[in-house]
Design a protein around this ligand. Structure first.
Ligand code: APR
Length: 275
């Protein structure tokens, strides 16, 4: 059967297939949209504490955690429950299959904290969650303990507005005794290598045969740096999104190809040509 992709995309993919260097994927909220993961800034992102309605951008900060730790945890447990209720879609599954086929030529850099790439079968080793993962916690202090999976006894059915109870609070502790915090990058924090693979993500682009960007609007720093670095180093870009955005603009003038459409329709097609 003939591929529905344009010749320009087929040519890029064929070159990447024959290369020996990395195929780097960069994904954002768009790849999980068809799994029904609620958007961060949508109405379901708001959280009421007493008589005050908090905007998600206010709660997703270290400052909020320091002053309202229980409320911030309850909001994350609710968001985690919404992600756990969603399932990987054909785009996630195609990327998990592709990693099996490409092995160490595969890298996946994701901004999504929903954990759907890992649940689809991608490995933690080659999936760099540059904004963290709601299924993990880490020490809120400065101890060197690595992020750990959330205790299995914590509810994955946390309701909107549900307050943190004592049992859950006790479970959310680091082995050093300090409080645990969600393993995410907050708006008043910076990317680093240890938790968020900042340098590794840029180095992977430098070593790539192709950078494929799926479902992200270009609002955050590291993803845009990766795309600009690709452009500067002559690494072609393949951008998949229903709407034009700063990444698709970088494909103009020989930078690569923009495929306008949804992740679940296009990612499996693209993966099929990297076989
Ligand atoms: N398939 C592919 N892309 C889609 C789909 C779909 N079915 N539906 C929507 N999109 C695209 C949108 O057109 C948009 O370009 O996904 C992108 C989503 O953009 P954002 O909501 O801004 O998500 P993202 O870029 O991942 O956000 C970056 O900002 O909210 C913070 O830290 C949070 O990681 C997040 C970061």
């Amino acid at each position: 059967m003939q591929s529905p992709l344009p010749d320009s995309a087929i040519e890029l993919l064929e070159k990447a297939r024959q290369a020996t260097s990395l195929v780097v994927w960069l994904t954002g909220a768009g790849i999980s949209a068809e799994s029904g993961v609620p958007t961060f800034r949508g109405p379901e992102g708001f959280w009421t504490v007493g008589s005050r309605n908090f905007h998600p951008m206010e709660l997703a900060t270290r400052a909020a955690f320091d002053s309202l730790p229980d409320e911030v945890w309850a909001w994350y447990l609710y968001r985690r429950a919404a992600c756990r209720a969603a399932s990987p879609n054909p785009a996630h599954r195609a990327l998990a299959d592709l990693e099996t086929r490409l092995g160490d030529r595969f890298r996946l850099v994701t901004q999504n904290v929903d954990g759907l790439h890992l649940r689809a079968g991608n490995s933690l080793e080659r999936t760099w969650q540059i904004h963290g993962n709601l299924d993990f916690a880490r020490c809120s202090g400065s101890c060197p303990t690595l992020p750990w999976p959330m205790p299995a006894t914590i509810s994955i059915d946390w309701k909107k507005g549900q307050a943190l109870d004592e049992t859950t609070r006790d479970l959310l502790r680091c082995e050093c005794g300090a409080a645990a915090r969600p393993h995410v990058l907050w708006f008043d924090e910076y990317y680093d290598e240890e938790n968020f693979r900042f340098e590794s993500s840029l180095t992977a682009v430098e070593q790539a045969a192709l950078l494929i960007v799926v479902g992200t609007s270009g609002a955050t720093n590291l993803p845009m740096r990766m795309a600009h670095l690709a452009r500067a180093r002559g690494v072609p870009l393949l951008v998949i999104d229903p709407e034009p955005n700063p990444f698709s603009e970088l494909t103009a003038g020989g930078g690569g190809v923009f495929l306008r459409g949804t992740a679940s329709a296009l990612v499996p097609e693209v993966c099929g040509l990297l076989n």
